[in-house]
Design a protein around this ligand. Structure first.
Ligand code: NAD
Length: 256
């Protein structure tokens, strides 16, 4: 059995990825997230697929809690083989009104936490000569949209971190890759649909067709299952030469 730690895995994309890993029955899963029913969500996946789970509600803004989560995972399961940095938040605002606390929270949660977690898992991955780090970036790690300064900066930052760790991990069979999704219908996006509807004075379905998916050639939301399958492939032995990449799963958005 290998062990995967997935941040922000009690909601949305993280939960979808965790479910795909659980279905293989080849991984212990360390769940994390701030949802108040996070432990129950994690336990229900463990029971449904007959796998061992751990739940740790470490806040991405607390480096010591992140270090402790990694330590707890290694003590419980013997190793952490796959780290998926997925937890993230968004805030949409023109730069002149962008709240400073939101900027700091977005950089802290979307980018700094990945640094702390990569650093914490690194010595053990290096020693066992196996590690797979997968960062859930975004199409916004490759291209920008107006009013998302902090988010776009954080996601471009994580693509840079991914490239660097791809190089540093190469001698030790540690790969590091980013997945760059277009729009995925999760609670994070549901909130944006509501916010954009207010900002543009449109109905929510008009926001989806006229604002959100306008940049995607494929006019469909990306499924959490397809993201989970991509993460599973990147976590496999066969993906050992894929490293330092930022893989778009964005319906053709960044092809333009
Ligand atoms: P979501 O809101 O459904 O889930 C986010 C998860 O992160 C939740 O479990 C939440 O509790 C956790 N989280 C947030 N702040 C945290 C903190 N301080 N400490 C610990 N956990 C925290 O969002 P999602 O859409 O599933 O997003 C997951 C990732 O995918 C994010 O990094 C997001 O930027 C990225 N992404 C999402 C989309 C999309 O369209 N939904 C597209 C591209 C990239």
């Amino acid at each position: 059995m290998k062990t995967v730690l997935i941040t922000g895995s009690t909601s949305g994309i993280g939960l979808g990825i965790a479910t795909e890993f659980a279905k293989t029955k080849k991984f212990n899963i360390i769940f994390n997230g701030l949802e108040s029913n996070g432990r129950e969500i994690a336990e229900s996946i463990g029971t449904a697929y007959g796998i061992k789970i751990l739940f740790n509600a470490a806040n991405m803004l607390d480096p010591l809690a992140l270090k402790n989560m990694v330590q707890q995972g290694i003590e419980t399961f013997g190793s952490i083989d796959v780290l998926i940095n997925n937890a993230g938040i968004q805030h949409v605002s023109p730069i002149e009104d962008f709240p400073e606390d939101k900027w700091n929270a977005i950089i802290g949660i979307n980018l700094n936490s990945a640094f702390h977690l990569c650093k914490a898992v690194w010595p053990q991955m290096k020693e066992q000569k196996f590690g797979r780090i997968i960062n859930i970036a975004s199409a916004h790690g490759l291209v920008a949209s107006e009013f998302k300064s902090a988010y776009v900066a954080s996601k471009h930052g994580i693509v840079g971190l991914t490239k660097t760790l791809g190089l540093e991990g190469a001698p030790y069979n540690i790969t590091c890759n980013a997945i760059c999704p277009g729009y995925v219908k999760t609670p994070l996006v549901e909130k944006q649909i509501a916010d954009q509807a207010k900002a543009h004075q449109l109905s929510e379905s008009e926001v989806v067709s006229k604002v959100m998916l306008v940049k995607q050639a494929v006019k469909d939301f990306i499924s959490v299952e397809s993201l989970g399958q991509m993460a599973l492939f990147l976590a496999s032995e066969s993906a050992n030469t894929i490293t330092g990449t930022a893989i778009p799963m964005d319906g053709g958005w960044s092809a333009q």
